[in-house]
Design a protein around this ligand. Structure first.
Ligand code: C2G
Length: 129
């Protein structure tokens, strides 16, 4: 069975998140998702996520296209995770294009186009006003 691996924060879950997970799942037979911890998110974006890592993983785990979820503790552990979960292919949104090419000796690497005009930040802005 071909195993697909992808990563993300998936905060304030929206249709852009759903679509990339469904498209990632279509690359293989099993989809494993690394959900960024609250600590990693805060370090990366300077603000804590709206939903906690427990809530975000619970949502991702409930999706029919997702088979397995774990917490991504560090951006530096990609090679580890690829090996630990036996990934055949790493799929990421094209905002990460080129950033993970160094792992192509461990597994296939693919970047998918993002869904235009939707983001967690935009949703937060819309609700704020
Ligand atoms: N995404 C998308 N379309 C959007 C918004 C997001 O396809 N309109 C995709 C992103 O490209 C990414 C995934 O949804 O592949 C998750 O997005 P984020 O939650 O923003 O993930 P990010 O914070 O980039 O975390 O190790 C990598 C990081 O954990 C990725």
């Amino acid at each position: 069975a071909k195993k697909v691996l992808t990563f993300g924060t998936f905060d304030v879950f929206h249709v852009g998140h759903l679509r990339i997970l469904e498209r990632a799942a279509a690359f293989g037979d099993r989809l494993v998702v690394g959900v960024s911890t609250d600590a990693l998110n805060e370090a990366k974006k300077g603000r804590p996520p709206v939903y906690s890592e427990g809530e975000r993983s619970e949502i991702i785990r409930a999706l029919s296209c997702v088979d397995e979820v774990f917490l991504e503790e560090s951006l530096e552990l990609k090679a580890d995770y690829i090996q630990r979960y036996g990934a055949d292919i790493l799929v990421m949104g094209d905002d990460w294009k080129g950033k993970f090419d160094q792992f192509s000796d461990l597994c296939e690497v693919a970047y998918l186009p993002r869904t235009p005009a939707i983001s967690t930040t935009e949703v937060i802005e819309k609700i704020r006003v």
